[in-house]
Design a protein around this ligand. Structure first.
Ligand code: ITT
Length: 204
């Protein structure tokens, strides 16, 4: 009998996947992702909240695979835009838009907004679905502001325009491990990690 619990990460975003794999490394789980399940069709993210979208992804993939499933839904919420792009962060500049198109649109939209009014936060909602009756939710967020221009080449998505005031750096100026210690995703995933360490012994 295998002593590893099989867990599918319900994502097709390779950048998120890499960060999730790194935070969850070293615990007795065997991780796969939607890249290993090409027959599962794209899941429409039509919820009004990160939680709705994360729940939908995790429940659908748990049903399709019969395995434990983890989903992450993340958004960048800009105060002066009443929380936009928020749940629409992946498609802010339109369906199938690139990271760069999304960043450009946000910089353009905020071009006349002074630095003090550019406050924003990344929010990450992570859902663990063990079966349809056992579902847990973990959240993490980081406060910052949208810089006037891109700085840094690391990370992905909106990282190069998201400035963290305490360290005066964007997420894109951090090394992979540095971002993955302090990010919205790391905060949510470390809560998940502690929980998995608690519950896995009951299952193996
Ligand atoms: P999956 O649903 O397949 O997981 P996705 O790219 O659609 O992938 P989200 O809806 O959660 O995932 O992400 C929304 C967008 O927010 C994403 O495409 C990026 O542009 C951005 N994003 C998410 N996490 C980020 C991070 O840590 N740093 C910068 N931008 C991020």
């Amino acid at each position: 009998m295998s002593l590893m619990v099989k867990v599918v990460i319900a994502t097709r975003n390779k950048d998120k996947l890499r960060e999730i794999q790194a935070v969850l490394s070293g615990i007795p789980i065997e991780l796969s992702s939607l890249f290993d399940y090409s027959s599962i069709p794209p899941i429409k993210e039509d919820g009004n909240t990160l939680l709705e979208n994360a729940l939908k992804k995790a429940k659908d993939v748990q049903k399709a695979t019969g395995q434990w499933c983890i989903a992450d839904d993340t958004g960048l919420f800009v105060d002066i835009l009443n929380g936009a792009p928020g749940v629409c962060s992946a498609r802010y500049a339109g369906e199938n838009s690139t990271y760069e198109q999304n960043r450009r649109k946000l910089l353009l939209t905020l071009s006349d907004v002074p630095i003090k009014e550019r406050t924003a936060r990344f929010v990450c909602c992570v859902v663990l679905v063990i079966n349809s009756n056992k579902i847990e939710v973990f959240e993490g967020s980081v406060e910052g502001y949208i810089n006037h221009r891109e700085i840094g080449t690391g990370g992905f998505g909106y990282d190069s325009i998201f400035m963290i005031p305490e360290i005066r750096k964007t997420f894109a100026q951090l090394l992979f491990d540095e971002k993955n210690r302090i990010s919205h995703r790391a905060i949510a995933l470390n809560k998940l990690r502690s929980r998995l360490e608690q519950i896995i012994p009951q299952y193996v």
